[in-house]
Design a protein around this ligand. Structure first.
Ligand SMILES: [Zn+2]
Length: 275
């Protein structure tokens, strides 16, 4: 296990008993991906070995959401998020939302996601993407669950929908990418910013700026495995153990001890996702 400076609690010691172990969280992984078919159990063990003791497995369609629930049932450190991602909204069966609702009632489901808009792939018409996005935001509100937002090349419309339909609702901007101006808008809506591999890239100046300025109680960390591997693994398969590199980079940017940042992120995730 990873060891470090003892963390004494700084006033919230009841939530963080003094320990020599750093606990890290990967709030966004796709361990169900075929990229892990050869070594899924080993990847989970490698994560645990470096202190990644919580992994949130994210569904992107009905089948992967069901698989996320099953994976969470098999591993104490894994929790599930269920929903339909915008690249998978074309051709949904009627009654799909009821299926998401049923999955959301399963043990260890902590949020609805990933949901949102994707104008990069444009796998479905924008109008259909928005309809499914709004339907799942509404479902999350009904179930009092947070949402995990996927937004790619769709910043303005994502903000329009969230301002309209998700204000005051707890949520995560998954793999946040953008400048401080966009970050402020997301924070103002009430959402957390989850940082992934790109924050470790040497030239990601805008993202570094956001990671420095974001309130400490609104920061989360994720890998988006098997995608978005951090420096120096860029371009290779990513895995939850690498979230440590993201935590280290943000700690460095904020001039904070690694343990303090890790503890803050852990607490943020616990509070938001009610782990
Ligand atoms: Zn994802």
């Amino acid at each position: 296990m990873l060891t470090g400076v003892r963390y004494s609690g700084h006033g919230h010691g009841t939530m963080h008993p003094v320990t020599d172990t750093i606990h890290l969280i990967d709030t966004h992984a796709h361990l169900g991906s075929a990229a892990f078919d050869a070594d899924r159990a080993e990847a989970i063990a490698r994560a645990t070995a470096v202190g990644v003791t919580r992994i949130i497995e994210i569904g992107y369609d009905l089948a992967s959401s069901r698989a996320a629930v099953e994976l969470a049932a098999q591993h104490p450190e894994i929790y599930a998020v269920v929903g339909v991602q915008p690249n998978h909204v074309a051709g949904l069966p009627s009654g799909w939302l009821d299926q998401v609702r049923e999955l959301a009632a399963q043990p260890k489901v902590v949020a609805i996601g990933e949901i949102g808009l994707d104008y990069y792939w444009n796998a479905a018409p924008a109008e259909l993407q928005e309809t499914c996005f709004r339907a799942q935001l509404h479902l999350a509100r009904e179930l009092a669950l947070p949402v995990v937002i996927h937004s790619r090349d769709a910043r303005d419309d994502t903000v329009r929908v969230l301002r309209d339909a998700a204000r005051g609702q707890p949520g995560i901007m998954h793999s946040f990418s953008g400048d401080w101006e966009y970050a402020r808008v997301c924070l103002d809506i009430g959402f957390h910013l989850s940082f992934s591999g790109p924050v470790t890239f040497p030239k990601a100046a805008d993202l570094h700026d956001v990671a420095r300025r974001a309130p400490l109680d609104r920061i989360l960390t994720e890998t988006d495995s098997p995608y978005l591997a951090p420096h120096p693994f860029r371009g290779r398969r990513n895995e939850p153990a690498h979230v440590r590199l993201i935590v280290e980079r943000i700690a460095l940017l904020r001039d904070l001890p690694l343990n303090d940042l890790a503890a803050a992120v852990w607490r943020n995730a616990e509070l938001l996702l009610r782990l």
